[in-house]
Write a protein that binds this ligand. Structure first.
Ligand SMILES: Cc1cc2nc3c(=O)[nH]c(=O)nc-3n(C[C@H](O)[C@H](O)[C@H](O)COP(=O)(O)O)c2cc1C
Length: 325
């Protein structure tokens, strides 16, 4: 397997898990890591939340050794607080600090952070410089193709971030106005790759080994990042590695394995969040795991009523019995 270097950090050139707030929490990340995700990124962390001592925010910064190589992702609109927050993150020893300049959500954009920064290049540059100055590790920046169809500026933006000290850039090939709809534009990722000399992470619409290989071949990117394609299928990272190594599609995952993985995932969520809160959060993951199984519409609805691990175990028994008949 080949590796890329982001500053001094070595990352296997297979597939990384993209940051996903409220989805890719510690248990989700560890599941993906278990199946070979080569690089993980935290949920986004508010720079001001961190600076003002918010407890929930600092909990997002805790790192397990199994997560490495691992990035903590910061967001914010104020270069001073971003620099201060980067300094505060040093005590958690992240391998990388990533800056979120791609989030499309109104609450974030309305404050001038996330993808709003693609329209404010001077502030974005200052944020990148302040973060780099204060971080003990390499800093990367994740952004989109641009604000909208008329303002596609990822290439200039990537160059600017490189000039300001970014050790790598990640480009999601959609505009802010697209949110997550439509198709990601891989041409813009290719153009970003041609324009900078730091590593480029390509992101958008990779869902399996074939699409991962296509993204590598088409864009020339250094690392593929997967978000929604990992919903309820953390084995996608194993599949991609297999495909990149052999050029062959892996055998489909059996229902038994799906259920074993779902069970392990939910137990991990409950381990970190307690059974009550954990099962609430596990429901959406379960609904993803049962997609495509016999009677999946009914099963998905039943996931909404899971309150305890026992409820889950019963559901798994039902699924396995149904598969055998
Ligand atoms: C539920 C959800 C939460 C996300 N949260 C973040 C985030 O916190 N930081 C970030 O940079 N991108 C975030 N993203 C964007 C993803 O990292 C990724 O760029 C996007 O989903 C496109 O990749 P995909 O087509 O593989 O899903 C989020 C996406 C989703 C669907």
């Amino acid at each position: 397997m080949k590796f890329i270097n982001v500053g001094n950090v070595k990352i296997e050139q297979t597939a990384a898990l993209a940051p996903m707030a409220s989805v890719a929490d510690k248990s989700y990340r560890l599941m993906c890591k278990g199946f070979g995700a080569s690089y993980l990124v935290s949920e986004m962390i508010s720079s001001k939340g961190l600076c003002f001592g918010d407890k929930k925010t600092s909990r997002l910064c805790e790192i397990e050794s199994e997560e490495r190589p691992y990035a903590l992702q910061l967001f914010g609109e104020d270069p001073y607080y971003m620099g201060k927050a980067a300094y505060m993150l040093n005590k958690y020893s992240p391998d990388i600090i990533d800056i979120n300049m791609g989030c499309p959500v109104p609450k974030i954009v309305g404050n001038g952070s996330g993808s709003a920064l693609m329209r404010l290049p001077d502030t974005a540059a200052e944020i990148c410089r302040e973060t780099v100055k204060n971080a003990d590790c390499p800093v990367t920046v994740k952004f989109r193709a641009g604000w909208d169809e008329e303002n596609i500026n990822a290439v200039e933006f990537a160059k600017l971030m490189e000039q300001c000290g970014a050790a790598a850039v990640a480009c999601h090939g959609r505009t802010r106005t697209q949110y997550y709809s439509g198709k990601a534009d891989w041409d813009i990722i290719r153009r970003v790759k041609q324009a900078v000399s730091v590593p480029v992470f390509g992101n958008g619409d990779v869902v399996d080994g074939k699409s991962a290989k296509e993204m590598y071949d088409y864009t020339g990117c250094d690392l593929v990042m997967i978000g929604r394609g990992s919903y309820g299928r953390p084995w996608v990272f194993r599949d991609i590695k297999h495909y990149l190594e052999t050029g062959e599609e892996p055998a489909p995952v059996t229902v038994e394995e799906k259920m074993t993985v779902m069970k392990r995932h939910c137990e991990l969520i409950c381990h970190y969040k307690g059974e009550k809160q954990g099962m609430k959060e596990a429901r959406k993951n379960c609904a993803w795991y049962v997609k495509g199984l016999k009677g999946s519409a009914r099963l998905r609805a039943a996931c909404g009523g899971l309150n305890t691990l026992d409820d889950l175990y019963k559901m798994i028994d039902t699924v396995l019995q149904a598969e055998r008949t």
